[in-house]
Design a protein around this ligand. Structure first.
Ligand code: ADP
Ligand code: MG
Ligand code: ZN
Length: 481
């Protein structure tokens, strides 16, 4: 690989969060019975023309501004002509010649390096319908049905320059893009529900050269991790092709998640879509004042929020990056911080416990029952010494799964920390009697031995003893003897 470098450009389709479709009043709600959210306009019946949903223009502008794009004051829709059963009109309404947003950028961090990825354009378009195959795939099916509920749902397609150099950078780009779009509220950006879809264009070239190699376009990845893996596989495959003395052919390839490989889907010699301006739809004129009004509605974006957590709350950059990686998490963090003003302690608990549990249960934060107020209360209990840190983790698991109040859990389960010396004396005497070797070690100057003894007491009390108090008491007893 050292003699080649990877060249990657991403095309990301994002569903805009509107109640109704791009050119008709049909609902955009996900998961409804097939073909229940359709009308002559989104079915593309002859003679029907729609009216542009103004909200789409507003959300596309907002997304473009959040991605540091320029916004064109004159923009319009074009027809991209092709035939497929999911597109009964025979053309897709898209923006080919004059996208609403262009020349933007996104800053990412991958492999410990900061990097700016330029965004070529972000344009509005309509989603086609969806084919539902009777078997596993189109090739193994006898028949396919078409669901037009999705037909006409507004999208923006965000196209990057071919400046991404690895699967890891592609993943970082997608994570940042997702966070920005989520913060601005323009989309749900849920890959599982198809509100964010990504195609990866991949080529390689000898290091030190600038001409672009022949690219393949990879589809069917259903997670950011899959995008990264698919790119890594595809780069290696292309290197092997060149090293065999063959050349890469321009084609569309599908990612097979189970096998971990890309497979040829179809040759694609740049189809001619015979694009032309859609003269049935009027041009869109945006005034600079209106664009500024939209800009004024932009919230604090992930990078700014991260900077604030570092500068105002002294959080390490790494922690701040994780805390701001999604809006839900950033809001959770901020809400907890308002009640328990120790940013680092909160981020430790979020990274160490909350994210760990979400991961283990493959859950979203919104599905977890624990609240920021609950976490703050728990941290207060630990700080006051009512419970130990270790017991705190057990309590947190119950808060996570059952949503109970930490004080209630501690009371019900009798988990209050034992700090009372009277209560601890008997246990300590016992542990000392059972571990003469460690006692001797400590008394002959081996400092670590005390740690072992404290550990034994913690074990005997199932984590309820106050380790600080135990430590002090042990030292007193052992140095007296
Ligand atoms: P197409 O017409 O095939 O969709 P575009 O020129 O519109 O191709 O580019 C689509 C995406 O592919 C963009 O993200 C672009 O950066 C990327 N791209 C273009 N050429 C290459 C290449 N040779 N290698 C990798 N990516 C490329
Ligand atoms: Mg393409
Ligand atoms: Zn409709």
């Amino acid at each position: 690989m050292s003699t080649y470098e990877a060249v990657i450009g991403l095309e990301v389709h994002v569903e805009l969060k509107t109640q109704s479709k791009l050119f008709c009043g049909c609902s955009t709600e996900f998961g409804k019975e097939p073909n229940t959210q359709v009308c002559p306009v989104c079915l593309g019946l002859p003679g029907s023309t729609g009216v542009l949903n103004k909200k789409v223009v507003e959300l596309a502008t907002k997304a473009g501004l959040a991605l540091n794009c320029e916004i064109g004051t004159t923009t319009w829709f074009d027809r991209k002509n092709y035939y497929y059963p999911d597109l009964p009109k025979g053309f897709q309404i898209s923006q080919v010649f004059r996208p609403i947003a262009y020349k933007g950028y996104l800053d990412i961090e991958a492999d410990g390096q900061n990097k700016r990825i330029n965004i070529t354009r972000a344009h509005m378009e309509e989603d086609p319908g969806k084919l539902v195959h009777s078997g596993g795939s189109i090739t193994t099916s006898h028949s396919s049905c078409v669901d037009y509920n999705r037909s006409g749902i507004p999208l923006i397609e965000i196209v990057s320059e071919p400046e991404i150099r690895s699967g890891a950078e592609a993943k970082a780009y997608l994570e940042k893009l997702k966070a920005i779009l989520e913060y601005t509220g323009v989309s749900d950006v849920k890959m599982e529900q198809g509100s964010l879809r990504c195609d990866a264009n991949v080529s390689i070239r000898p290091v030190g050269t600038t001409a672009l190699g022949t690219k393949t376009e990879i589809k069917n990845m259903n997670s950011f991790r899959a995008v990264q893996r698919a790119i890594e596989y595809e780069v290696e495959r292309q290197v092997a092709v060149l090293e065999d003395g063959d050349s890469v052919i321009q084609e569309t390839r599908g990612w097979d998640e189970n096998k971990g490989i890309t497979l040829s889907m179809r040759n694609k010699e740049n189809p001619d879509y015979r694009c032309f301006i859609d003269h049935e739809l009027t041009h869109i004129e945006l005034t600079p004042e209106w664009i500024e009004e939209v800009r004024a509605t932009l919230p604090e974006l992930p990078d700014a929020r991260r900077k604030r957590l570092v500068e105002e709350h002294g959080l390490p950059v790494y922690d701040a990056g994780i805390m701001t990686s999604s809006l839900d998490l950033a809001d959770f963090f901020d809400a907890a911080l308002r009640k328990f003003p120790d940013a680092k302690v909160i981020s430790n608990w979020i990274m160490g416990e909350l994210l760990r549990l979400l991961n283990a249960h493959t859950m979203e934060l919104s599905e977890a029952k624990v609240t920021p107020g609950g976490l703050a209360k728990l941290l207060e209990l630990i700080k006051k010494g009512t419970i130990s840190n270790k017991i705190g983790k057990e309590v947190f698991e119950l808060m996570f799964s059952e949503g109970k109040d930490p004080e209630q859990i501690v009371k019900e389960k009798g988990l209050v920390q034992i700090s009372d010396e009277g209560q601890l004396t008997q246990i300590l005497t016992d542990i000392i009697a059972k571990n003469p070797k460690s006692v001797e070690d400590f008394q002959s100057g081996k400092e670590q031995a005390i740690g072992f003894l404290v550990g034994q007491v913690m074990k005997a009390t199932k984590g309820q003893a106050n380790p600080g108090v135990v430590n002090t008491m042990l030292r007193e007893i052992l140095t007296k003897n």
